[in-house]
Design a protein around this ligand. Sequence first.
Ligand code: ZN
Ligand code: ZN
Ligand code: ZN
Length: 365
Amino acid sequence: MELYSTDRLAAARRAAADAGLDALLIGPSADLRYLTAYDAHALERLTLLVLPADGDATLIVPRLERPAAEAAVGDAVRLVDHEDGTDPYAIVQDLLGDRAKTVGLGDRLWAEQVLALRDALPDARQALAGAVLRGLRLRKSPAEVEALRRAGRAIDAVHERMGQWLRPGRTEAEVAADIAAGIREAGHATVEFTIVAAGPNGASPHHGVSDRVIAAGEPVVVDIGGKMPDGYCSDSTRTYCIGEPPADFAAYYAVLHEAQRAAVAAVRPGVSAESVDAAARDLIAAAGYGAQFLHRTGHGIGLDGHEDPYIVAGNAAPLEPGMAFSVEPGIYLAGRHGARIEDIVVCTDDGVERLNTIDTELVIL
Ligand code: ZN
Ligand code: ZN
Ligand code: ZN
């Protein structure tokens, strides 16, 4: 049960052909890592996977990146390198010539590369490769679910240490620095984000951190995530309170807690993504906080921290086994405080598995 299976290239070729694309052109991104296991740096020098629907894959790399690329892809993909001062787009032209009528470009390719590819392949219509690759990445393999389970356990272990770090008199930034070290100690390769949002900052869902000193009695939203060495991401939010919470906060936290559980419980194959959003939103709205839940309920997760499927009104697509995503409703009272609870879950053959398994009650420190 290999995590990075070389079958992915064959599956991508078939999916490209089905979508009427003659080739996929993929730069450094989660798509590239998904297809080749290569975690390439996005640089001004061109790194590009050229994957014809009817031929073998070629990875174009800057000469100085060749050893790193070779180590990652092994012999699954042919490598062609280019030297500084030469035109790498001529290699794309040589590989595809005029037989490519429509090319699928990686969704995260830089505009300067998109335009250079238009000049190199003037007769080829450009489309997005994401439309094709999304379908492959959407359902996680058992090996990918296991990777996300490991990531979930790792970030849970960081939340379990919060009492060591989150204390009155410290700034959000000081606490976040300790959390970041804890994220690495728990086995992540990189820290992707650390949100420590105390008091009124908790009402801003993507606050980040500040030099604000945390006071006793303040609710604190802690949303943290990293990337494991295998590339798969963690993402989990818990809300803490240093001492007894304000009464109005405790009241809406109870609503949020129930809403998050209801949304998790709604997950099973065949139900729509938007119905999971509604399961949380209806309870929050019924309690009078509808306007204070100001974002979608969740996002998919895998090699990207945010990817399909999105758990949002308007996404009527049915959930399928292997889909992994966050369930993270929040209630935000501007100027006062806020709360969010976030677990990563995976849709199983007959229901749901939480990949974050620690308690979702308000944690009083
Ligand atoms: Zn977010
Ligand atoms: Zn999060
Ligand atoms: Zn999230």
